[in-house]
Design a protein around this ligand. Structure first.
Ligand code: GUN
Ligand code: ZN
Length: 378
C-alpha cells in the first residue's frame, strides 16, 4: 500500500504516501523548481532547511534546456540537484500549451516551437514519459491537454477524450520504461490528470474512467486558468468524490493560502504553486496577518522580522528594514530572503494543517487562519 489514509475530517484527508525517495506527509505543498532550480537563488540545501518535502520540476523546460538525455547520463535529476527526497515532474502538456508556440495538436501528440531557440519539437505521451523516465523523478504526470478556461463544450469533450486516450498510452509506455535495465527509477509512479474545464458532468465522467486505471494518484488539472475561485471550489465539490479516496489527490497549480485551505477541506492532498516564489521575488511576503509589500515606505525603520516568531532563516536573522533596503538596492539577497520566508510560510501552514487534522481540529484551524490572514496589515 502506497497511500495510508490516516484520518479524515469531513472530506479533508490526512495521509502518508510512501515512495522510493521517502515518505510524503499529506496534505503537502510541493516547492516549484521548474528548471531544477527554485527561482530566487534557493538551493536544495535551503529546501532541506525550510521544511520542503517534495520538489517539482518540469519536463518541457528540462527537455529544451539542458536536455533530459544529459541529465540521465549524469545519473538523473536527484543526483544532478543533490536532492534525495521525492521529486514530481509535470508532463510538459500544460507548459507546451501555455509557453511554446503551438503548431498543431494531433492524435499522436503536439508539435510546437521551443521558447528558447524556436526549434520545432514534437511531444506526445510516449515522449513525455521517456523524458520523465530519463529525469528519474519519483512521480511522473500524465501527458494531458489543459483546455482554455473559456473553451466551449464541444472542444472540451473532444479534448478530454483525447487526454484519456493519451493516458492509456502513458501507462503502457511507463510500464515499458520501468522494466528496462538502464532506467534510473524503475519504481517511477504515474499520476493521471482529470480535465473538463468547468463542465462538472464531463469532469465526473472523466474521473470515473481514469479511476479504473488504478494509478497510484490522480490530479485535478485545468483549474486556476481564469475561472473564479467559486467555480474552482464547485468543480472540487463535484469531482473529488469520484476520485479514489485511498490515493492522493493533487490540485495542480493552486494557489493562495486560502485556496489551499478550501481545497484541503474538499479532499485534496497535494498542491503546487509559483505564488510564494513569484511574490517573494517582488518583495511581497506572507504573514499570519496578511501579505506585506516590503517596498512600502512604512517598513523603512521597521526592525521587526517579517513575522514575529517565524522560524525561517530570514526571520531568524534579518529585519523588515534590512530586507526592504536589499530589495530597493536590487540586491539578489533581498529576493532570496523573501522567497525563503514565503516557502517556509507555505510549508509551515501545511504542517499546521496536518497537525490540526491529527487533532481533529481542522475546521477550527481553518477558520482561525482565514480570519487572521484576512485581518490585514501590521
Ligand atoms: N499545471 C497546472 N494545471 C495543469 C494541467 O491542467 N495540466 C498539467 N499537466 N499541468 C498543470
Ligand atoms: Zn520568516
Amino acid at each position: 500500500m502506497k497511500y495510508e489514509l490516516l484520518k479524515t475530517e469531513g472530506r479533508a484527508k490526512r495521509g502518508r504516501f510512501h515512495t522510493v525517495h521517502g515518505v510524503i506527509e499529506t496534505p503537502v505543498f510541493m516547492n516549484v523548481g521548474t528548471v531544477a532550480a527554485i527561482k530566487g537563488a534557493v538551493s536544495t540545501d535551503d529546501l532541506r532547511e525550510i521544511k520542503c518535502q517534495v520538489e517539482l520540476s518540469n519536463t518541457y523546460h528540462l527537455h529544451v534546456r539542458t536536455g533530459d538525455k544529459l541529465i540521465k547520463e549524469l545519473g538523473g535529476l536527484h543526483k544532478f540537484m543533490n536532492w534525495d527526497r521525492p521529486i514530481l515532474t509535470d508532463s510538459g502538456g500544460f507548459q507546451v500549451f501555455s509557453l511554446a508556440g503551438i503548431r498543431k495538436i494531433k492524435e499522436e501528440g503536439v508539435t510546437f516551437n521551443s521558447h528558447i531557440d524556436g526549434r520545432k519539437i514534437f511531444m506526445g505521451p510516449e515522449e513525455s514519459m521517456q523524458i520523465q523516465s530519463n529525469l528519474g523523478s519519483t512521480i511522473a504526470m500524465a501527458f494531458d491537454e489543459c483546455p482554455p478556461a473559456l473553451a466551449e463544450r464541444k472542444y472540451v469533450e473532444d479534448s478530454v477524450a483525447r487526454t484519456t486516450r493519451w493516458l492509456y498510452r502513458c501507462k503502457e509506455e511507463m510500464a515499458r520504461l520501468n522494466s528496462l535495465e538502464k532506467t534510473i527509477n524503475k519504481e517511477q509512479l504515474l499520476f493521471g490528470i482529470n480535465q473538463g474545464a468547468v463542465f462538472n458532468d464531463i469532469r465526473i465522467e472523466h474521473a470515473k474512467i481514469i479511476s479504473e486505471l488504478d494509478l497510484p494518484g490522480y490530479a485535478v488539472g485545468g483549474l486556476a486558468v481564469g475561472e473564479s475561485h467559486e467555480q474552482m471550489y464547485d468543480v472540487l465539490d463535484h469531482v473529488v468524490p469520484y476520485l479514489p479516496q485511498n490515493k492522493p489527490t493533487y490540485l495542480m497549480g493552486v494557489g493562495t493560502p486560502a485556496n489551499i485551505l478550501e481545497a484541503v477541506d474538499r479532499g485534496v492532498d497535494f498542491f503546487d504553486c509559483v505564488y510564494p516564489s513569484r511574490n517573494g521575488r517582488h518583495g511581497h511576503v506572507y504573514t499570519n496577518h496578511g501579505k506585506l509589500n516590503l517596498f512600502n515606505q512604512k517598513f523603512e525603520k521597521d526592525m521587526r522580522p517579517i513575522e514575529e516568531g517565524c522560524g525561517c532563516p530570514t526571520c531568524r536573522s534579518y529585519s523588515r528594514a534590512y530586507v526592504r533596503h536589499l530589495l530597493k538596492a536590487k540586491e539578489m539577497l533581498g529576493m532570496r530572503l523573501c522567497v525563503l520566508h514565503n516557502l517556509y510560510f507555505y510549508n509551515t501552514m501545511m504542517e499546521e494543517i496536518r497537525d490540526a487534522l491529527d487533532a481533529g481540529e481542522f475546521a477550527a484551524y481553518k477558520k482561525r487562519k482565514l480570519d487572521s490572514m484576512a485581518q490585514g496589515q501590521d
